[in-house]
Design a protein around this ligand. Structure first.
Ligand SMILES: Nc1ncnc2c1ncn2[C@@H]1O[C@H](COP(=O)(O)OP(=O)(O)OP(=O)(O)O)[C@@H](O)[C@H]1O
Length: 564
């Protein structure tokens, strides 16, 4: 049975402090600032635009026997229960669970199923998340962008006036049947309240909460909290009245998939709640030993709380490599005025310049092939730089490559054909012999070979190694009418000897090194440590139980949750 809606003990107004004034792309001036000769504003002038991404996930079958598969993964009973509750029973649901319980995977299954169900009704399924990164991962928009919530417009009547001038946003408010919100732990309670008010006022009159929109909300409140200024106490979404009114069912997923080792799962669970027994503390301290480097071609990825620490670590390690550097400069375009375009491009996960060398550790920042583990967050090592085969060099992220006995790459063009190439030699010759799979070279493989050389990367996935040539891909930001404000064509890789804890959220990392001495935020240690797939692949430095803190409000509230 689903649990009844959670009844948090903390009151909606408890520990609430002034909301931080956050800047976003083209913040709307305040009411005062907008007086006088200012041109009439439309919402397109200030809210963050839609981020367009490719999410290549899908349900393989929604079979009559009720079994749902995400590619080769079969949803568990508890995941199925949520899926049915959302898709068949049309309930407003919040599903949560500790790190690795398959919330993201389930959400992708839900999105696919809802889109299929509502295929004829256009865009009535709205996919959003609290942060740009999280939105990118599920092919959605930030909740601020979706709702046209200008952080600087405090007065709700003013905000409504603004939204009414933005046809696409108003349309979304009116036509949405299901609103999905991912990584809800970072949604400020005041924002949630505001969304509910807007839904009630902008949509047809109804007695139903949230203007009759079905909510599908997920996240883990033990992970990262809403951003606050200084020492402000966060006001979590679960604390606000709108939450209590709108969420019909709360489901706690209990089966952890990321870690296979139950001992590790138990240790992480204690860590999640921030109350560690002596034996758990001892177990984490014992993980300070260095990882066995002979067991993997890659050194462990280091996690840092601060972006500048990440940059310093990556830059110094790149410099230490003696191999020649290959610089990939983004090809940028877009219809936004130059300054605006610059701001939009600066916020993309992929930088304007990517400098790589053979031997560099890199991370894929695109979901390319879930089935083979080539997803946003997969880490690999650059083996060398080679030409892409085929007519277009920038037609899509990866080309399958295997290394031949002579150490040269064999290009697998599609499933059946091959060609070989030499590093830094242009163009590589097209092999006439069939691949080991027995196919023949396609005509495409014989077409003109691009001048540009791309990194050949050996990725380490949960199932082993996958070697692919990573070509350029398109990152784009659109406004709400689908106009491309900014487009960046770039190799979808970032350096990954080190990454920030923020960027690591949602990822599964096979080999990880974390220095907890530098961690400051509640939930941050848990997010960092729970990325590890195993204890064997995890090194923890300066483990200090005092740095492992869960927010007391979250602990209290979580006591009201039970598994379904
Ligand atoms: N039903 C399932 N069967 C097998 N593997 C699964 C299942 N559900 C999820 N997984 C796998 O478990 C891992 C963790 O899943 P996922 O990232 O969805 O968890 P999460 O709850 O969103 O974690 P986090 O809160 O840390 O982001 C992934 O590798 C995912 O493919």
């Amino acid at each position: 049975m689903p649990t009844p809606p959670a009844k948090p003990k903390a009151s909606a107004s408890a520990n609430v402090s002034a909301r931080p004034k956050r800047k976003s792309i083209g913040d709307l001036p305040s009411g005062k600032e907008r007086g006088g000769k200012q041109p009439r504003l439309t919402l397109d002038t200030f809210f963050a635009p839609k981020v367009s991404v490719s999410v290549r996930s899908g349900i393989d079958s929604v079979a009559g026997n009720g079994v749902v598969k995400m590619h080769d993964v079969v949803l568990s009973d508890e995941q199925m229960k949520v899926l049915k509750m959302v898709v068949d029973e049309e309930k407003s649901v919040f599903f949560t669970g500790s790190a690795g319980t398959g919330k993201s995977l389930l959400l992708k299954a839900i999105i696919d199923a809802l889109r299929k169900k509502h295929a004829k009704k256009g865009d009535c399924v709205s996919v959003t998340a609290s942060t740009g990164m999280a939105a990118t991962n599920i092919g959605g928009m930030t909740i601020h962008s979706w709702g046209a919530i200008a952080p600087t417009v405090v007065d709700i009547d003013n905000l409504i006036k603004c939204i009414r001038t933005a046809r696409p946003a108003l349309q979304r408010w009116k036509t949405t049947k299901v609103l999905i919100i991912d990584e809800v732990s970072m949604v400020d309670g005041h924002l949630f309240e505001r969304l509910e008010t807007l839904a009630t006022r902008l949509r047809k009159k109804t007695n139903k909460p949230f203007g009759g929109i079905q909510l599908v909300v997920t996240g883990d409140f033990f992970q990262l909290p809403p951003v606050t200024k200084g020492n402000e106490v966060p006001f979590f979404a679960f604390e606000c009245d709108a939450w209590k009114k709108s969420i019909e069912h709360t489901v706690l997923l209990t089966q952890v998939f990321r870690q296979k080792d139950n001992t590790f799962v138990d240790l992480l669970n204690e860590l999640r709640h921030g109350s560690l027994s002596d034996s758990t503390t001892a177990a984490f301290r014992a993980l300070s030993r260095p990882l066995d480097l002979s067991k993997s071609p890659l050194p462990p990825t280091e996690l840092f709380p601060m972006r500048h620490e990440v940059e310093r670590s990556n830059t110094s390690r790149l410099q230490a490599l003696k191999n020649p550097a290959f610089t990939f400069t983004a090809r940028d375009s877009g219809s936004a005025p130059p300054e605006r375009r610059k701001t939009v491009l600066a916020q993309m996960v992929i930088p304007e310049t990517v400098i790589l060398k053979a031997g560099a550790q890199v991370m894929l920042v695109r979901n390319v092939d879930d089935k083979r583990g080539l997803v946003n967050g997969t880490v690999g090592r650059v083996l060398g730089f080679y030409n892409a085969l085929g007519s277009k060099a920038s037609d899509g992220v990866v080309r399958d490559v295997a290394l031949g006995d002579d150490g040269l790459p064999i290009y697998l063009n599609g499933a059946n054909s091959v060609a070989t190439g030499k590093e830094n030699v242009k163009p590589p010759s097209v092999a006439e012999k069939p691949a080991s799979s027995g196919g023949k070279p396609t005509s495409k493989a014989k077409e003109k070979i691009s001048e540009e050389k791309f990194p050949l990367v050996e990725f380490l996935t949960g199932d082993g190694k996958v070697t692919v040539l990573v070509t350029r891909d398109e990152f784009r930001v659109e406004d709400n009418e689908g106009n491309i404000l900014a487009r960046r064509i770039q190799v979808p890789l970032i350096l990954a000897w080190a990454i920030s804890i923020h960027k690591s959220q949602g990822q599964t990392i096979q080999r990880l090194k974390i220095d907890l001495g530098k961690v400051f935020e509640k939930g941050q240690s848990y997010v960092a440590l729970s990325r590890a797939a195993s204890m064997e692949g995890l090194q923890v430095l300066r483990f200090d139980p005092k740095k492992v803190v869960a927010h007391p409000k979250v602990i209290e509230w979580s006591k009201t949750l039970e598994s379904y």
